[in-house]
Design a binder for this molecule. Structure first.
Ligand code: PLP
Length: 466
């Protein structure tokens, strides 16, 4: 299995190289050179299988010969044994033909764990074989940092630096990072915004001398292994609801478009999906894109669902590449232009292809809060604000066949966002039994100004001493 860049100018590389590389040298994102697929019978045979088995089968399509099948199967077993639910990502009914796909049973209570737990093990495997020790740097608006620290802490061949904006993430989110005691973890509170954190990471990757000196790698949502690992639960959910005979529709709370794009990947692999709705909060770039045909950056506003406070959806470039029939020159032109103008007018033929599967729906802050309360009243389920954006959007989904099940991805446990849940529902969600109490543990982090040079100096010292 080879991977090519969406901008068409980088040499094709294998799975593990694509995972470690992150961005392609031409500025594009790696995608498989051709789509592997399952037959209907193979998908039907996923029914009743443990999650880790399905994960090994799906990941196997993307890994190719880079990892022996029995080792990949072992990694999946170990990764998903860290989840507190034996179904890993269970499906729960909300109402007539409405379901929740719970993705938050991992160690840090958000769906990022699903891919990150596997990613930590993939890195271990490849770095051990290459006798290499890498430095992973990660900017987080909250959930990614905790999931990454949990996945990489204590690993021999990788160290991790998590940058978060001071005062802009919840205490629960911060403590998932800062209470790790392992030597290979460094957390940095940046005196600035999430955008500042991202800019520092970008600058670090652009500094060739620095990148080589610390052997830098990234685990943000453009990492292909994360996308591949996220396509797995679309299979397990669809099969539990009568797939592949019966198509299923998904509603995905969306920020950087990693999760929703993973649904597209599942459909490319042969899973019958009727529709994918990208549910956004008031940071609605993708909702507008799929309704209006223009990808246009807006200003970021803070909401109750902070993991989706994003106005540039990095993985959208991958869908665009498919929609222009894999024309790398056109994709490069469009996304380099977007860097300057913040705007792409999607060609009508490409937009028509996107609309075959995708819809968008933006949900206001008031509707998000109302949906948390109405879901509690109607079902007894406490949902988090990101999930509530999805449930509110699901009420607007229109399908020609009303027998098609609509599945909303539940991306975080309500205990991760207690303030928003309490404000909407008047109760404090209980923390799951398996989650350790981090509230009394000592925290360990640096506070640094939003300066690329200062952070790089810190990372150099950290890399030299661990
Ligand atoms: C990251 C995240 C999202 C958004 O996922 P994308 O793949 O960036 O679209 C939604 N909800 C929660 C809780 C998240 O942590």
């Amino acid at each position: 299995m080879r991977y090519v860049s969406t901008r068409g100018e980088a040499a094709p590389i294998g799975f593990l190289d694509a995972v470690l590389a992150g961005l392609a040298p031409d500025g594009g994102l790696y995608v498989p050179s051709e789509w592997p697929s399952f037959t209907k019978a193979e998908i039907a045979a996923f029914a009743g299988q443990p999650y880790a088995k399905v994960a090994a089968a799906v990941m196997g399509k993307f890994v190719g010969n880079d990892i022996p099948a029995e080792i990949l199967a072992e990694m999946c077993e170990e990764a998903y044994a860290t989840f507190a639910h034996s179904a890993v990502t269970p499906v729960k009914q909300l109402g007539p033909n409405r379901f929740l796909l719970e993705l938050f049973h991992g160690p840090t209570l958000a769906f990022k764990d699903v891919a990150m737990q596997l990613l930590g093990r993939l890195y271990d495997y490849v770095l051990e074989r290459q006798s290499r020790k890498m430095t992973i740097i990660c900017a987080t608006s909250g959930d990614t940092g905790g999931a990454a620290v949990e996945a990489f802490r204590g690993r021999k061949n990788a160290r991790i630096v998590a940058l978060f904006p001071e005062g802009r993430i919840s205490e629960v989110q911060r403590r998932f990072m800062t209470t790790a005691t392992d030597d290979n973890v460094a957390c940095v509170s940046i005196l600035g915004s999430f955008d500042d954190c991202q800019a520092i990471v970008k600058q670090a990757f652009q500094d060739d001398q620095f990148r080589h000196a610390v052997d830098l790698s990234g685990v943000n949502s453009i990492n292909w292994a994360r996308i591949a690992a996220q396509s797995v639960y679309y299979f397990t959910a669809a099969v539990a609801l009568g797939g592949p005979e019966r198509p299923v529709a998904f509603v995905v709370p969306t920020g950087n478009f990693g999760d929703a794009y993973a649904a597209f990947v599942a459909s490319k692999l042969g899973l019958p999906i009727a529709q994918i709705t990208c549910a956004t909060n008031s940071n609605d770039i993708l909702a507008r894109t799929f309704e209006e045909g223009r990808y246009a950056r807006g200003a970021v506003t803070a909401t109750q669902s902070p993991a989706m406070d994003i106005q540039v959806a990095s993985n959208f470039e991958r869908l665009y590449f498919e929609a222009v029939r894999r024309d790398g020159v056109e994709t490069g032109r469009a996304f380099r232009g977007f860097g300057d103008s913040g705007l792409i007018d999607i060609p009508p033929s490409a937009f028509a292809l996107m609309r075959e599967l995708f819809r968008g729906a933006a949900v206001s802050e008031a509707d998000t809060a109302k949906t948390m309360l109405s879901t509690l009243n109607e079902t007894g389920e406490v949902i988090d604000p990101h999930t509530a954006v999805g449930v509110a959007a699901a009420a607007r989904v229109q399908l020609t066949d009303p027998t098609i099940p609509v599945v909303v991805l539940s991306t975080a446990h309500p205990a991760k966002f207690p303030e928003a849940v309490a404000a909407a529902c008047g109760l404090t969600p209980a923390t799951p039994r398996a989650t350790p109490d981090l509230s009394q543990k000592p925290e360990r982090f640096e506070r640094l100004p939003a300066s690329g040079e200062t952070v790089k100096a810190f990372v150099r010292t950290f890399a030299a001493t661990t």
